[in-house]
Ligand binder design. Structure first.
Ligand code: SF4
Length: 702
């Protein structure tokens, strides 16, 4: 494949550039031309296909709402004034320095995102720990993948969403998708599942569930918050129906007896009474998985976004291990990452408990290694900080941060309990947001810094397979716009901190050194190797000069798992009720998710006319009987009320939905934000909020 030069490159010819979609973790291959025109590009994950989000991504590059100059206001009640970069950076630098001097380094917080490139994630983490000296950094990936990450680490000793290439799924005979609606969230992935019998676990009859039925598979429709019981019932069926892979369990795992001690109490008929899925269906799916040789269990947000999401994912892993899937050729367990750099974003230090290379910030050896790369004393590095939801809850409180810098995240729409988020952001002395358009959080800030978009910058992303990809610049950002790296570098200079290059290649080379020897070892990956077209999945350690370069690791666990003894762990997990259950005042379970044409908080896709025309407003899916009981009909506006707030949504009557369940997409802002309703209850391990279930009632609205 020839990767052509950018506009103004050595040929001086305007031509197109090979890059990847800015949105989800499938990271479909794109060509982007000098005017921002997008075309599909052949790449293994998308095979020349794109979804509507990808096709229209270029519409934001010249969008009339594009931010092209820093905005600043001296008080929240004042209007924004356009200012120059020197003034904006000097103002932020001075305010941060003053707050640190008066209240200490933890008075400043940093909030990153799973959409940031590896270079940005890395430099942001270093900026927080070294330039600011704060422990208060976390990111929106905490809302997205942290439960699967924790479950993967616990079971396998390492967290890589898919421990195999997407193309391995092409030959699958049976695929269980637990809480994944890939037909809408990443449609090209469905092309890899075309030959398989699909089983979809979802309270809704999604387009993916329809495909499952059409494939001769099943749609399992649990009560929201009871997926773990379903997985326990299936593990019980695996044992009692004689499908256990005893040889694999003995050779490659530990902990089965403990896991079975709990699962033994969840025979399928008992599990059915809690989760609502017929026991016969549990047995059927287990038999399908066990009786074929090419089978996969894949989880996603539906399994994770619970107050017990780590245990729920663990229950699916236990089932997969009991049937001998992980690490076996043609089979496996994986998690479908959501955000564009959801994988890389959680490896390089913007998570509150991590250092680059997926190292723990609490590990003395990791601290020493990274401090050495950064040229500071290990003791100078702060320890772990608060997780995202806890960080937001602490903002502006006496013992919490008084200022926050936000990169690539729209908290007012994407964080749970939106009213409380707005209150905490308003309590800050200083809120600085780097964004490309005036999203809801940017418009609540004191300072807004306009930054470059995907097609205007260089860097790397790590897709759902752990494959590191090059993001390439096809056109220059508009006048007045800087890259995030330039912004971080500029802020570091204002704070008098050295060692913050703005050049992505220089940052990546430093990241390689910092990751060397860690679980996510990138030290053998270089821009040159990636530009030469090599498919490099981490870990990819550097080799001594003269040795053949490491080829990367497309498939993990084929010989051993990453725990010291090489074995995977089954872990005993049991059902716990959702943190909030229906009652007479709030009788319905609300669950939230995505639609085909919008991405995350919708700050970008709601501004793309073609996408907004398809999905212009929020809606709520309701069973017709439930709607009728609330005095609502298809097309009415409903007021959806939880203990934390209310949100408006257009009623869609859906006969296939459970009558006790309603669904809202979370992409909309202002009074239509589903996260005005959601419960910030956290998983005790991953600290991920319970987006997937809260109790609500419906009211008629004029
Ligand atoms: Fe591909 Fe995801 Fe972009 Fe759609 S949003 S084109 S599935 S990377």
């Amino acid at each position: 494949m020839s990767l052509l030069p950018v506009v103004g490159g050595s040929t001086g010819v305007a031509t197109r550039v090979a890059t990847h979609c800015p949105y989800c973790a499938l990271q479909c291959g794109q060509w982007v031309g000098p005017t921002g025109d997008v075309d599909a590009r052949e790449f293994p994950t998308n095979r020349g296909g794109l979804c509507q989000k990808g096709w229209t991504a270029g519409a934001l590059l010249n969008h009339p709402e594009r931010l092209t100059a820093p905005l600043l206001r001296e008080s929240r009640s004042a209007e924004f004034a356009t200012v120059g970069w020197d003034r904006a950076l000097a103002y932020v630098g001075r305010r941060l320095a003053d707050l640190r001097a008066e209240y200490g380094p933890d008075s400043v917080a940093v909030f990153g995102a799973g959409g940031l490139t590896n270079e940005k994630s890395y430099l942001l983490g270093k900026f927080a720990r070294v330039a600011l000296g704060t422990s208060q950094i976390d990111y929106n990936g905490r809302f997205c993948m942290s439960s699967a990450a924790a479950a993967g680490n616990r079971a396998f000793g390492v967290d890589r969403g898919l421990p195999f290439p997407v193309t391995d799924l092409d030959d699958a005979e049976v695929v269980v998708l637990a809480g994944a609606n890939v037909a809408e969230t990443m449609p090209p992935l469905m092309g890899h599942l075309g030959g398989a019998r699909l089983v979809v676990v979802d309270p809704r009859r999604t387009p993916t569930a329809e495909r499952a039925i059409a494939s001769g598979g099943l749609h399992l429709q649990p009560v929201p918050g009871t997926d773990l019981v379903l997985a326990l019932g299936m593990l019980h069926a695996a044992v009692t129906d004689g499908w256990l892979d005893t040889g694999y369990l003995a050779e490659r795992t530990s902990g089965f007896d403990d896991a079975w001690r709990v699962a033994a109490q969840w025979w399928p008929e008992r599990a059915e009474r809690v989760c609502g899925v017929p026991a016969a269906d549990m047995r059927t799916v287990v038999a399908w998985l066990a009786a074929t040789s090419r089978r996969y269990v894949l989880t996603a947000r539906g399994a994770e976004q619970h107050a017990h999401g780590v245990d729920t994912v663990t229950a699916w892993i236990n089932l997969a291990l009991a049937l001998g899937l992980p690490g076996r050729p043609g089979s496996g367990f994986g998690t479908i990452t959501g955000q564009g750099n959801g994988q890389g974003g959680r490896e390089h230090g913007q998570k509150s408990d991590q250092l680059p290379g997926y190292r723990s910030i609490s590990d003395p050896a990791a601290r020493e290694h990274v401090a050495g790369v950064w040229g500071v004393a290990p003791d100078a590095l702060p320890g772990p900080g608060r997780s995202a939801t806890e960080l937001i809850a602490a903002l502006g409180r006496p013992d919490g941060p008084r200022a926050m810098l936000v990169f690539g995240s729209n908290l007012l729409v994407s964080a749970p309990d939106g009213n409380a988020v707005a209150e905490r952001l308003a309590a800050l002395d200083l809120l600085v947001v780097a964004d490309v358009v005036p999203g809801e959080t940017a418009m609540a800030a004191d300072v807004v810094l306009p930054v470059a978009q995907w097609a205007e910058e260089e860097g790397t992303m790590t897709n759902l397979e752990g494959r590191v990809l090059r993001r390439r610049r096809a056109l220059r950002p508009p006048e007045g716009v800087r890259t995030d790296l330039e912004v971080i570098s500029g802020l570091a200079a204002e704070l008098g901190a050295a060692g913050f290059p703005a050049d992505p290649r220089a940052v990546f080379d430093e990241l390689r050194a910092a990751s060397a020897g860690g679980p996510a070892d990138y030290s053998g990956i270089s821009y040159d190797r990636l530009d030469a077209g090599e498919a490099l999945h981490w870990p990819c350690p550097a080799r001594a000069p003269g040795e053949t370069a490491h080829p990367g690791s497309p498939r993990l666990f084929t010989e051993r798992f990453a725990h010291a003894d090489g074995r995977a762990r089954l872990v005993a997990v049991d059902h716990t009720d959702a943190a909030e259950l229906p009652d007479p005042e709030y009788p319905l379970r609300a669950t939230t998710g995505r639609v085909l044409v919008h991405y995350q908080s919708g700050a970008q896709t709601r501004r793309v006319a073609e996408l907004a025309g398809i999905a212009p407003e929020s809606f709520i899916e309701v069973h017709p009987d439930t709607a009728a009981r609330a005095g609502l009909a298809d097309g009415d506006w409903a007021r959806v009320v939880s203990r934390r707030g209310k949100a408006m949504a257009r009623v869609r009557c859906v006969p296939t939905l459970r009558p006790d369940t309603v669904f809202l997409p979370f992409h909309f802002g202002a009074g239509q934000a589903a996260n005005l309703l959601t419960n910030p209850a956290l998983d005790p391990i991953s600290r991920m909020p319970e987006f997937k279930v809260c109790a609500v009632r419906l009211e008629r609205s004029s």
